[in-house]
Design a protein around this ligand. Sequence first.
Ligand SMILES: Cc1ncc(COP(=O)(O)O)c(C=O)c1O
Length: 374
Amino acid sequence: MPRIYLSPPDISPRDHASVAAVLTSNWVAPAGPALDAFERDVAARAQRAHAVALNSGTAALHLALQILGIGPGDAVVCPTLTFTASANPICYLGAKPVFVDSERRTWNMDTVRLREALETCPDIKAVIVVHLYGQCAEMDAIAALCREFAVPLVEDAAEALGASYGGRPAGSMGALSFFSFNGNKIITTSGGGMLLSNDAEHIARARYLATQAKEPVRHYEHKAIGYNYRMSNVLAGLGQSQLADLDRRITVRREHFEAYRTALGDLPGVEFMPIAEPDAANYWLTCLTLRPEACGCSRDDLIEALEAIDIEARPIWKPLHQQPVFTENRVFGGRVAEDLFRRGLCLPSGSSLSAADRTRVIDVIRAYLESHAG
Ligand SMILES: Cc1ncc(COP(=O)(O)O)c(C=O)c1O
């Protein structure tokens, strides 16, 4: 039987046609009509005035922090429970990440710990909030704290395209925000990202830095160090057709979450990631935790049992304050993230996962946990 992946790309004949149309147009460069249209469409979806398409979400965060003036000697808050790309760009600029623990309610940044960090570290110059696994963080409280301490907020919405918070789209709330279109995300351009803001100057500056900081003159003139960070027009063509399918993908991923929870939620020691606003998440990945004393097995035991029959499951992100590269960094709290990592895993959740394959995953997990429960 073919391997079941965690969150593989979902490519349809419509995507083939969209990319073929771009190739036929000969706009095969990091400029062109598909890029303009993709930027416009993502900005509209996120209710943002301006957007620039880039070759990764990481590049988007790097530019966001640079535009906010982050540099050597500064500190930037980042949740500890996230992918390392949420923190790496802080270090590219010579600044230091300050990590903040998660709350149990959404697994996102704990606002009590955030306040502690802001009160303790006067060198904090920005806050990055992450919407983990497609569920928005407590944005009202986080934005209020940022206002109180007069630090700008950057929204890492890499995993949360199509999600919302109190009716506001993910990516519409920080001074700057970004999405990722990496191959495992809810829509993909193979690799890619987009930086968004309501501030035209921010996005104009990002566009300039992303294209080698070329001055608008006939010859090649440079007054700043730039980057080669733009998205290809070919990939924007893929992004356009993928974006048109976003709502169906959210529906399918939500069906996966609900089917897993219905079929497995009654097993002793199994708890699904709490969803605070069920209609607001994009259900990027279905995540759960195991209580080993009730299940009779660990998170890794279950992942290995799935792997043995070619089903890919992954641990929850390892907290960044536990990563060897960040052991010297300040952290506020950390026990919640450590616990979620120790006990948490993500199940196959792709929008191309068939109901039959999902049943296969469910049957294996149920049989394994039933045979191990004390
Ligand atoms: C939370 C988070 N932030 C940032 C990124 C970086 O995005 P990219 O892979 O497009 O650079 C990712 C995904 O890869 C992510 O999951």
